[in-house]
Design a protein around this ligand. Structure first.
Ligand SMILES: [Zn+2]
Ligand SMILES: [Zn+2]
Length: 609
C-alpha cells in the first residue's frame, strides 16, 4: 500500500472520528434541552458511532424518548452552530464546572490537572449554542457539517462511572454514525444478519447445545444434534490424520501439579487454569488446560531413535480453562472445550517439511469448509519483552523456518511482533466474524523450549542424544470455537455430511406412508440420519417445517414416485427440484457423504452417478 493511499485513509478516519464525536456533543446538548438537570460524563466516538453517559438521577431517559431526542439533535444540526473553542486556566475550569453543577466533569478536570495534562496550564472547552463541554476535540467546524441521515440513535444501557462498579450507575445513550447513508445502512444490515445467525440463537432453535445454571456457566451441554456436528468433524480429522501419518493417543483430563511445574504452566499459565484440588495426602491435581505435557510424557516414555521420527501424536482432548464470568459467551468463550490437538516430534532436518504438511492441512480444511475469509498471521517474539524465553538465536532460527515455509507455499501472511507463544513462534488463522471483527480460530506453534523442560531426546545416526523440535497444531480448533463459527457462517444450514438430519422424507399423503417407511429403512441401514414427516400437516407446511430446521435434503414421495420407485429431491435454499431413481439417490447421498460435498452452498451441484 502506498503512502498516499495510507494518508488518504488516515484522513478519512480522522474525519469520521470528528463527525462521530461532534455528534456526541450534539446529543448531549439535545439531552439537556429535554432534561436540564441531567449531569454529563464522557462522550467519545466509538467504532460504529458514538455515545454519551448521563446521570439522570431518579428517572433515567427511556427508549421511548429517543425519537424526541433525535428531533432535538436535528434542530441543532439545522442551526449550523459553530464549535467555539475557549481555553480556561485550571482554576477557572474547575470553578466553572462546579458552578455548572457538573460533578463528573469536575472530578475529571481535577484529575487531568493532577496528572499534569493541562496543556500550558489550561483546559479547553467547546461550545455549540448554549451547551459548553470540557473537551480536547477535534470536532467539525459547525453542526451543519453532519451529513443528513448518516446517524441513528441506537440504544440505551447502564454504565458505571469510570467503569467502576462501586461508583454511580450512569445511563449511556448510543448512536450509530457513518460517513454516508449507504455505510450506515450496510452496517445496520450486517448487524441484523449477524443477529439472525448468532450461534447462541441458532444453537437454541436447532437444538444444538444448551447451558444450564446448575451445571455452571461456560459449560455447554451438547444436544444430540450438536453432538452429530462434533462427531462428523472428529471423523474427518481422524481420517485426515490417519492419512497424514498420525497416531491417536488418549490421556486423562486431570493431572498432578508436578507436571505443570515442569511445563511451566504453573505458575506462568495458572491464572487461566481452574484452582488445584487436594487429592490423597499432600498431593494436588489440576484440570488440564492443554494436552501438550501428557503427549510429551508419552514421547519420553520410550527411547526414541531418529528412525522413529517424525512421531505425530494426536488426540481430540478435553481441556479446561478458567475464563472470567463476564467474558463467557455461547460456544465462543467457554470453560470446558474439546481440542483437535496434536504434537509432532521431529529432527531439525524434518521441521520444514512437517511444518509445510501442517500448513497444507490447515489450508485444505479451511478451503474445504469455504471459510475463505481468513488471514494468516505470523506471530513473532519481541526482543524487548520479558514475556519470551531469552534465546535469541533459537528465536531467529525458528522464525526463519516458519517464514520460509509460508513463503514457499505462497501463503499470504502478515507478521506481528510480540504475539508469539512464550516457547516459540506461531502461525495464527484469523477469521472475521459476521460483524467484521477478527478472532483467532486456530494456531500452529513451533516449540524449541518444551523439549528442554521435559528432557526429550532421540538418538541420531551417530548414536548421540539430540533434542527434537515440537510442532503444536490444532487446525480444527476446539469443537466449541469451530462450531460457533460454522453455525454463523452457514446460518445453521449444514452440508449433508455434517447435518444432524440429512434427509427428511415428506410423503404427500397417507397412501404412500409405506413407501416412505421403505425408503427410511434403506437410508437407515446405510447409516444416514433420516426422518419421516408422517404428521397430518398440509404438504406446504411440511416443506416449510423442514426448511425451518434447515435440513439439507427433502425427498418428496407421492404416488407417482412410489409407482416408479423414484424420489423427488428438493435441496435447502435451491428452487429447482429433480426426480431421481431411489437407488441412484442413495448412491448420490453416499458420494456426498464420502466426499464431504459442501452442498449447503447453492452453487454446488448434486453429484452425478
Ligand atoms: Zn469534544
Ligand atoms: Zn500443545
Amino acid at each position: 500500500m502506498s503512502t498516499t493511499v495510507n494518508s488518504i485513509e488516515e484522513e478519512k478516519n480522522a474525519m469520521l472520528k470528528a463527525l462521530r464525536h461532534s455528534l456526541s456533543h450534539i446529543m448531549a446538548a439535545a439531552v439537556l434541552k429535554m432534561r436540564p438537570d441531567a449531569k454529563i460524563a464522557f462522550g467519545p466516538a466509538v467504532e460504529n458511532g458514538f455515545y454519551y453517559d448521563f446521570d439522570f438521577g431518579e428517572t433515567p431517559i427511556g427508549e421511548a424518548e429517543l425519537k424526541q431526542l433525535d428531533k432535538h439533535m436535528r434542530t441543532i444540526i439545522k442551526a449550523r452552530l459553530p464549535f467555539v473553542r475557549e481555553e480556561k486556566s485550571c482554576e477557572e475550569a474547575v470553578r466553572y464546572l462546579e458552578d455548572q453543577g457538573e460533578p463528573y466533569k469536575t472530578e475529571y478536570a481535577k484529575e487531568l490537572i493532577e496528572l499534569g495534562k493541562a496543556v500550558n496550564g489550561t483546559l479547553s472547552f467547546y461550545t455549540i449554542g448554549d451547551f459548553t463541554d470540557m473537551c480536547e476535540g477535534p470536532h467539525l467546524e459547525h453542526t451543519g457539517q453532519v451529513p443528513k441521515a448518516c446517524f441513528k440513535l441506537d440504544r440505551i444501557s447502564g454504565s458505571y462511572w469510570r467503569g467502576d462498579e462501586k461508583r454511580p450507575m450512569l445511563t449511556r445513550i448510543y448512536g450509530l454514525a457513518f460517513a454516508s447513508v449507504k455505510e450506515l445502512k450496510e452496517y445496520i444490515e450486517m448487524r441484523k444478519r449477524a443477529k439472525e445467525r448468532d450461534h447462541r440463537k441458532l444453537g437454541e432453535e436447532l437444538d444444538l447445545f444448551i447451558q444450564d445454571v446448575e451445571v455452571g456457566v461456560g459449560l455447554p451441554l451438547w444436544m444430540p444434534n450438536g453432538t452429530v456436528l462434533r462427531d462428523e468433524l472428529e471423523k474427518w480429522a481422524q481420517e485426515t490424520e490417519f492419512l497424514g501419518g498420525y497416531q491417536r493417543v488418549t490421556t486423562p483430563s486431570v493431572t498432578r501439579k508436578e507436571l505443570y511445574l515442569r511445563s511451566g504452566h504453573v505458575p506462568y499459565y495458572e491464572d487461566s487454569m481452574y484452582p488445584s484440588m487436594p487429592v490423597d495426602e499432600n498431593d494436588e491435581y489440576y484440570l488440564r488446560p492443554m494436552c501438550c505435557p501428557h503427549h510429551h510424557k508419552i514421547y519420553a516414555s520410550r527411547l526414541r531413535s531418529y528412525r522413529d521420527l517424525p512421531l505425530r501424536l494426536c488426540e481430540y482432548g478435553d481441556v479446561f480453562r478458567y475464563e472470567k464470568h463476564g467474558s463467557l459467551s455461547g460456544l465462543l468463550r467457554v470453560r470446558a472445550m474439546c481440542m483437535n490437538d496434536a504434537h509432532i516430534y521431529c529432527t531439525p532436518e524434518q521441521v520444514e517439511s512437517e511444518f509445510r504438511a501442517v500448513i497444507n492441512m490447515y489450508m485444505m480444511y479451511y478451503s474445504h469448509l469455504r471459510m475463505g475469509n481468513f488471514r494468516v498471521r505470523l506471530s513473532l517474539h519481541d526482543k524487548n519483552s520479558d514475556k519470551f524465553v531469552d534465546r535469541y538465536d533459537d528465536w531467529e532460527h525458528s522464525e526463519n523456518i516458519v517464514r520460509g515455509v509460508l513463503d514457499n507455499l505462497g501463503v499470504e501472511y502478515e507478521e506481528e511482533t510480540g504475539e508469539a507463544a512464550f516457547y516459540g513462534p506461531k502461525v495464527d488463522i484469523q477469521v472475521k466474524n459476521l460483524m467484521g471483527r477478527e478472532e483467532t480460530v486456530s494456531t500452529c506453534q513451533l516449540d524449541f523450549i518444551m523439549p528442554d523442560r521435559f528432557d526429550l531426546t532421540y538418538v541420531d545416526g551417530n548414536g548421540d542424544k539430540k533434542r527434537p523440535y515440537i510442532l503444536h497444531r490444532a487446525p480444527l480448533s476446539t469443537h466449541e470455537r469451530m462450531i460457533s463459527f460454522l453455525i454463523e457462517f452457514y446460518g445453521g444450514a449444514f452440508p449433508t455430511w455434517m447435518a444432524p438430519v440429512q434427509v427428511r422424507l415428506v410423503p404427500v399423503n397417507a397412501a404412500v406412508f409405506d413407501y416412505a417407511q421403505e425408503i427410511e429403512l434403506l437410508l437407515h441401514k446405510n447409516f444416514f440420519r433420516v426422518e419421516v414427516d408422517d404428521s397430518n400437516e398440509s404438504f406446504n407446511k411440511k416443506i416449510r417445517n423442514a426448511v425451518m430446521r434447515k435440513i439439507p435434503n427433502i425427498w418428496i414421495l407421492g404416488e407417482k414416485e412410489k409407482a416408479e420407485n423414484n424420489i423427488t429431491w428438493r435441496r435447502y435454499a435451491v428452487k429447482e427440484q429433480q426426480t431421481v431413481a431411489g437407488n441412484t439417490a442413495l448412491e448420490m447421498l453416499q458420494k456426498m457423504r464420502s466426499e464431504r460435498i459442501m452442498d449447503n452452498f447453492g452453487d454446488v451441484e448434486l453429484p452425478t452417478i
